[in-house]
Design a protein around this ligand. Structure first.
Ligand SMILES: NC(=O)c1ccc[n+]([C@@H]2O[C@H](COP(=O)([O-])OP(=O)(O)OC[C@H]3O[C@@H](n4cnc5c(N)ncnc54)[C@H](OP(=O)(O)O)[C@@H]3O)[C@@H](O)[C@H]2O)c1
Length: 662
């Protein structure tokens, strides 16, 4: 898209540097009130300089005008460009007056051109992740939001503080939380209370003193269309080093969500999003995919996509006009000390960004949600074969940190406990989860298999599992129901699950795999599971199964870690279209202290466990680590912000031990 820059000050340099990185965007024109500035700008960034906006609009073929002028010039410049039939992206705020803002929106509509406005921070990965938690209803009914934007003393960090102090913290700062809040919650219907103070009227910058009379600290309570209230603070007094710089905290009946910096374009900030179900501490929500840093040109990428698709830009002028109306209502409410309706509620919140230009980056639509997540959580209580751990808190933590895949089995004895967790307020909705269960070796006969699956569905509280697996290819003698093994003694559970005769020999069953698999297939026919899977099969077992299966296994779950990578079997499965899931990915003896992994981990600033999990992810294998530690669970999910090189993958592959035995 051909761009014209109007206003060639400091921010224009930043836009231009980002635009220079894009193939789809070109600066073809620039103008500034100071012609020398425009000339210097085009010298560095290309395009032609024009003496004024009139000439630029008359002579340049720029499609989209990028309005980077000072605040009070935004509206007149935008108006002039819209009148000339050009698309416009304006820096914030769209206008200083709500009527003016609305008339710009109407003008853009009348001219059938696109009008976009900063900030675009709602497009950021952190903001989108927070939005996903809200859309899933994780907080329950939202009732209260705390939002802050404390810009601090502008004289400390801004080269030209005076115009910003004159415009005040609402127009320059509160636009960030207001844009994110209205984007996520919809329009504000009225301002219930507001108070504005002038805490510092005299400022010194570059040895010069000046006074301003615009309030530098505002608090307000906003009421959204659906009744949610937001307590907003915007300040140019409170230092930006405050713990509450630019954060939003959403409080609902079932939990709270914390977005550390609602204005950030950088998704690499630690613990950017955190969730706490009611009564539990905040847990970080690691990003479930690689994040990308937005820059100033991201707004223009989005504008270009909106122009192409003839749709409203994601950061729309309409929403920006609503934000201006909210600011006006706050000011009026503070002056008149009475609740003030917000004039303009006619905007529709933007869809989650995955449905606009950021395709493939976010798991927001249903189809993606139902896909096998790239990493899961293992729910086996077994530790070292003979001891049990309780995973109640760990499973809750894992769900709160964003785990979407739970690996369960009747053998693990805790499916009813997991079912109870899934019913709790604050847990993710069923349709966002991928639930696996497995039939144990003693239940291979069709009637026992059907009963085992019924029992697991019942315990987990679901009608349909996402995948039901055969835990092993081996069929053993039936010993009765394995329901709720957790309630049994270790000895009882062992006798039921590992049946032996008096001499200690395994009691097997003669039911063959074909019969068992046919019974598995009827579970799909009954709608009890979406897919079938196997576990601990050798390639020969799989070949045998594939020869008669009408419903082939969708997943093979097998032991997979660098000491036992099972390359051939993984390749065989992938060739057959079977996804591979790595059980016991971390627990091989000595693995997490392996020097090769330690060296690689140090290079990336991560842990050896993260390297192992990332290695699996990069070979398209889904690891299902288990942990009782919240810190480990968070780390195990946080493996998408680094990538192993081919050489590193080779070094890890070389760790394979052909005779490895756990
Ligand atoms: N199909 C099968 O036959 C089969 C067999 C075995 C397992 N599985 C499945 O695979 C899942 C995982 O296997 P697993 O439970 O055997 O063990 P694992 O996930 O390989 O390892 C768990 C162990 O690693 C530690 N750990 C986890 N994250 C860590 C981290 N980031 N840093 C350091 N240590 C970490 C845990 O300790 P902390 O608790 O202290 O974190 C625990 O001791 C099971 O839960 C089960 O779902 C399936």
């Amino acid at each position: 898209m051909r761009l014209a820059i109007v206003g060639c000050g400091f921010i224009a340099q930043q836009y231009a540097e980002a635009i220079a990185q894009r193939d789809n965007l070109t600066v073809v024109a620039a103008t500034d009130l100071v012609p020398e500035r425009a000339a210097a700008f085009v010298d560095t960034f290309g395009g032609a300089a024009y003496p004024d906006l009139d000439t630029l609009l008359a002579e340049s073929d720029a499609e989209c005008m990028v309005n980077l002028t000072i605040h009070d010039a935004h509206a007149p410049v935008t108006r002039q460009c819209l009148k000339a039939g050009r698309h416009v992206f304006s820096e914030k705020p769209l206008a200083l007056d709500p009527k003016e803002a609305r008339s710009l929106v109407a003008l853009a509509d009348a001219q059938d051109v696109r009008l976009g406005c900063a900030p675009i921070s709602l497009l950021g990965d952190a903001q989108q992740l927070a939005g996903a938690y809200l859309r899933e209803g994780r907080c329950g009914s939202l009732r209260m939001v705390y939002a802050t934007c404390n810009l601090g003393r502008l004289t400390e960090w801004n080269d030209n503080p005076e115009p910003f102090l004159r415009i005040g913290p609402l127009f320059d700062g509160a636009v960030y939380p207001l844009t994110v809040l209205t984007g996520l919650l919809g329009p504000v219907r009225r301002v219930l209370t507001a108070h504005q103070s002038l805490l510092l009227d005299t400022h010194t910058h570059d040895g010069q003193s000046f006074t301003v009379d615009t309030p530098d600290h505002t608090t307000a309570v906003l009421e959204f269309d659906d009744g949610v209230q937001a307590q907003l603070t915007a300040s140019m007094y409170v230092p930006y080093q405050t713990q509450h710089f630019n954060s939003i905290e959403f409080h609902g009946d079932d939990g709270s969500l914390f977005l550390r910096n609602c204005g950030t374009l950088d998704a690499s900030e630690a613990e950017a999003v955190q969730f706490a179900r009611l009564g539990k501490p905040y847990r970080p929500a690691p990003f479930p995919q690689a994040t990308s840093m937005l820059d100033y040109a991201s707004a223009l990428d989005e504008m270009a996509a909106a122009v192409r698709a003839e749709r409203s830009p994601y950061a729309s002028g309409r929403q920006a006009a609503h934000v201006v109306a909210v600011i006006e209502a706050i000011t009026q409410c503070a002056e008149q000390q009475r609740a003030m309706p917000v004039d303009d509620v006619s905007f529709v919140p933007p869809p989650s960004s995955s449905s606009t230009t950021q395709t493939g980056r976010r798991a927001a639509d249903d189809a993606q949600r139902k896909a096998l997540p790239p990493i899961g959580f293992g729910c086996s209580r077994y530790r070292g074969g003979t001891t049990y751990v309780d995973l109640e808190d760990a499973i809750e933590d894992a769900l709160d940190m964003g785990v979407r895949l739970l690996d369960c089995a009747e053998l693990y004895g805790n499916e009813s406990q997991i079912g109870a967790i899934l019913q709790r307020p604050g847990s993710p909705p069923r349709d966002t989860l991928y639930l696996i269960s497995k039939a144990w070796n003693t239940n291979h006969a069709p009637e026992h298999l059907t009963a085992a699956c019924a029992q697991s569905r019942d315990a987990l509280g679901v009608d349909t599992l996402d995948c039901y697996m055969l835990h092993w290819p081996d069929a053993w003698a039936h010993t009765g129901s394995l329901a709720n093994l957790k309630a049994r003694s270790h000895e009882d559970a062992a006798a039921l699950t590992f049946p032996t005769d008096d001499a200690g020999n395994r009691l097997v069953s003669d039911v063959d795999l074909a019969t068992t698999w046919r019974a598995m297939e009827t579970l799909v026919e009954r709608g009890w599971t979406h897919t079938l899977g196997v576990s601990n099969f050798e390639q020969a077992d799989l070949e045998r199964l594939l020869a008669f299966a009408t419903v082939p296994p969708a997943i093979h779950q097998m032991e997979c870690h660098p000491y036992r990578p099972q390359h051939d079997l993984v390749a065989f499965c992938h060739a057959q279209g079977i996804r591979v899931m790595a059980h016991s990915p971390l627990s091989a003896n000595g693995l997490l202290h392996e020097p090769v992994l330690q060296t690689i981990a140090e290079r990336h600033g991560v842990t050896t466990a993260q390297v192992v999990l990332r290695w699996n992810v990069q070979r398209d294998v889904v690891p299902i680590p288990s942990s009782t530690s919240a810190a480990h669970i968070a780390a195990n999910l946080d493996v998408f912000q680094f990538a192993l090189s081919d050489a590193e993958l080779e070094r890890i592959n070389a760790l394979q031990q052909p005779d490895f035995n756990r």
